[in-house]
Design a protein around this ligand. Structure first.
Ligand SMILES: Cc1ncc(C[n+]2csc(CCOP(=O)(O)OP(=O)(O)O)c2C)c(N)n1
Ligand SMILES: [Mg+2]
Length: 303
């Protein structure tokens, strides 16, 4: 458990996301979801895309959510959130209730992007939260636009002729920034207090907001449940996944690397990268991933 959460976080006795859900032991998404929802508080309406965050929490006729929550279709939590905000305006409640739209990376980077873009373009006072576990994990680990280079997924398997995904991760943060949002940030399950702080800060700002949370997936990444937090911390400490915060388009904070580690330390904990460690040629792929991390370190001045 990270030091900051041991010493500084007073966990509430009850949460706005109840136990009894069916997320895997060690699921990064469910930890992040509980922190986001507790930080948002009870006066919040949540719209949810299809995916693990929906499937594991709302098996009919039960729900883990204590806030009002709605699921419609995979691609449209942003559009549904816009409708809810319009209704709240008519009722004179728009300034009293938070509207949060939630989706996995598949829902966000790919399938729901058009609706998210429209919601952002309209400047609506809605927080969009993406749980980024780097693939369509709920349906069996298919690659998404968020899948990183050389990760093996069920649609980009590693083999004699393949090093896994041959595409780099889509830069969703730059897509969000291109919409001139007042608040854009990344966070990760590895640093839980930061998730709480960023959720609260985002909700204090009027207009469209985007929070992308890096959430390890135990079966999809092939990690041990106990390694969820340490894996996401290694992603940050290696420069693989920068934790950044933009207000009105300006980078106001990038979390510094306190103890730099090679990306290898992050990769080798995960079965989705295990093919890279089997032959000397795999080292060339690891070198490409290290170069991407070094670029992040330079771009965001992480050292
Ligand atoms: C339009 C549509 N396409 C595909 C599906 C099947 N489907 C349901 S959940 C899911 C994966 C979700 O992936 P992601 O958004 O990354 O969330 P995760 O489960 O990884 O948290 C898919 C492909 C669907 N329900 N609707
Ligand atoms: Mg996903």
């Amino acid at each position: 458990m990270p030091q900051d959460i041991k010493t500084k976080y007073k966990s509430p006795l009850s949460h706005l996301l109840n136990p009894g859900h069916t997320a895997c032991a060690g699921c990064g998404m469910i930890v992040a979801a509980r922190l986001v929802l507790d930080a948002a508080g009870p006066n919040t309406i949540v719209t949810n895309a299809t995916g693990c965050s929906e499937v594991t929490t709302t098996q009919y006729p039960m729900t883990s959510y204590k806030q009002p929550w709605i699921h419609s279709l995979f691609e449209n939590p942003a559009a549904v959130a816009s409708g809810i905000l319009a209704a709240l305006k008519v009722k004179g409640l728009a300034d009293k209730i938070n509207v949060i739209a939630i989706g996995g990376d598949g829902a966000t980077f790919d399938i729901g992007l058009v609706h998210i873009s429209g919601m952002w373009e309209r400047g609506e006072n809605i927080l969009y939260v993406c749980y980024d576990n780097e693939a369509y994990q709920n349906t069996g680990y298919q690659s998404s636009g968020a899948t990183p280079l050389a990760a093996a997924t069920s649609t980009t398997p590693a083999g004699n002729k393949s090093w896994g995904s041959d595409l780099p991760k889509k830069d969703m943060i730059r897509i969000a920034l291109a919409h001139n949002l007042p608040y854009v940030a990344t966070a990760t399950t590895g640093y839980p207090l930061d998730i709480i702080a960023k959720t609260k800060k985002a909700l204090s700002i009027k207009g469209p907001k985007y929070l992308q949370i890096y959430t390890p997936c135990v079966p999809g990444w092939g990690i041990e449940p106990k390694d969820t937090l340490s894996t996401s911390q290694l992603a940050v400490q290696s420069g693989f996944y920068p934790i950044v915060e933009y207000v009105n388009g300006e980078l106001i904070k990038a979390q510094k690397i306190t103890k730099k580690v090679p990306v290898e330390n992050f990769l080798k904990l995960q079965k989705r990268f295990k093919h890279l460690f089997k032959s000397p040629e795999g080292q060339k792929e690891i070198a490409k991933i290290q170069a991407l991390a070094e670029k992040n370190i330079r771009d965001f001045n992480l050292l």
